[in-house]
Design a protein around this ligand. Structure first.
Ligand code: TYD
Length: 415
């Protein structure tokens, strides 16, 4: 029997940054942890109340209810960055951008918050750059040893920052991709970065860009690990609160639309004109007030309804449908839409630790990609939609032989 924790927190609540009352954007109800794949369908599951709120003071979108980090990021963590060719290339390019940034510094020191399997730091290690990855998921961190990447198995916060400061040195760059938005005590992360960075250092944050999520209705990005959803508006306020300036932004094509934010210590640093233009666009979309999110909330139910209609129609025609990529994201989509094994026969996956398991909540079997290659099901729901280009290139033969992908965002369609 699933262990449905009755959520104590009421809808609404208070901002995690400024403690002011927040406003409800959308409630998905009780949901399982997105990366908690089950060994057997009967295994106990932890449920929490998944709902999204907006702080009108910080202009920061965030989860209303949060899960203790130890429940999500531990030695059984399933997310391994290097499973995607495009992500490996993305982080290689980033490593060279960082190398360029520190090239003129004497004895530079680079820290990565959430270094995963060393996908980025391996390039810095290979060039002999002083570095440290901070990674709480021990099993994943162990992969980086093969690349001589130095890792501290810990959560990054102000206490960890002080420990690093005393044990190592001040940092030239502190970088975090898809990790800073996972940390509930963001105030402690920013305070720690402020303590640890050199005066001319850079804090670089990269996360899914929330205005892109709003534009594409890609609500599956909302799950337990993603505590915060960033925009230029929110990052600038957060930066100022902690005596940083947002000086530059670079849009990135990964994770369905991401943004790289560059922050410098000090409140009055010169801003790249592009930052103003991003801010202007977000104001235009009304993302500085709750009204700007109403259309997004309506879109979530419309899209879910459209998807279910299409899948039920195909099932009525006795078509086999499978999922592609047992993403964390898909836990929100499949559980909210109540799509289970009676609709998706299985999910094709390449990550060895997920194969043979069952999807959280809906208990869809996860099978090796080889099975998908043998089966060639007529319809495949693209759950790993953020890797669409890479997957379509990989599955050229499947498509040429008549196999069809169902794409969900921003509109349900067959390709
Ligand atoms: P990911 O992009 O990390 O999304 P999330 O953060 O929501 O988990 O997950 C992609 C998943 O899809 C991962 O489990 C690996 C899998 N995958 C495949 O099975 N085949 C592929 O070709 C690719 C690119 C990914």
């Amino acid at each position: 029997m699933p262990n449905k924790r009755s959520s104590q927190s009421k809808i609404k609540g208070y901002c995690k940054i400024c403690r002011q009352p927040t406003q409800l954007i959308f409630s998905f109800g009780q949901k399982p942890l997105a990366n908690a794949f089950l060994s057997k369908p009967e295994d106990q599951e932890f449920f929490y109340h998944l709902y999204l709120v907006f702080c009108p003071v910080c202009q920061l979108v965030q989860l209303g209810d949060t899960v203790p980090p130890e429940k999500m990021f531990n030695d059984q963590y399933h997310f391994i960055s290097s499973t995607s060719r495009d992500m490996s290339f993305h982080f290689k390019k980033l490593a060279f951008q960082i190398l360029k940034l520190v090239s003129k510094k004497a004895k530079p020191f680079v820290i990565e918050i959430g270094s995963n399997d060393g996908i980025m730091l391996r390039y810095l290690a290979a060039k002999g750059i002083n570095h440290l990855g901070v990674e709480p998921a021990g099993n994943v961190a162990d992969f980086s040893q093969a690349y001589q990447v130095n890792v501290l198995k810990a959560f990054f916060n102000q206490a960890t920052a002080r420990q690093i400061y005393h044990q190592y040195q001040q940092a030239d760059v502190i970088y975090g991709a898809n990790t800073i938005s996972h940390i509930e005590d963001l105030n402690s992360v920013f305070a720690g970065a402020q303590d640890l960075l050199k005066k001319d250092g850079l804090l670089i944050i990269e996360d899914p860009y929330f205005p892109d999520i709003v534009r594409q209705y890609s609500f599956d990005q909302i799950y337990d690990e993603h505590v915060f959803f960033f925009s230029a508006l929110a990052i600038e306020k957060l930066a100022n609160r902690h005596n940083f300036s947002l000086v530059k932004m670079e849009s990135q094509p990964v994770h369905g639309g991401s943004m790289r934010y560059f922050l410098q210590p000090g409140k009055t640093r010169k801003k790249d004109p592009q930052v103003e233009s991003w801010l202007k666009q977000e104001h235009k979309l009304n993302l500085d007030k709750i009204e700007g999110y109403h259309n997004f909330s309506r879109g979530i139910d419309k899209l879910t309804g459209d998807l279910k209609t299409m899948l039920y129609k195909l099932k009525k025609q006795k078509q086999q449908i499978v999922g592609y990529g047992a993403t964390a994201k898909s836990a929100t989509l499949l559980n909210y839409a109540r799509i289970g094994p009676e609709i998706l026969a299985y999910i094709s996956e390449i990550t060895p630790t997920k194969i043979g398991k069952f999807s959280p909540g809906m208990h869809i079997p996860i099978k090796a990609h080889q099975e998908f290659q043998r089966d060639r099901p007529p319809y495949t729901l693209l759950l790993a939609w953020n890797h669409q280009e890479e997957i379509l290139a990989k599955e050229k033969k499947y498509r040429a032989q008549g196999g069809k992908f169902i794409v969900i965002f921003p509109q349900v369609r067959i390709i």
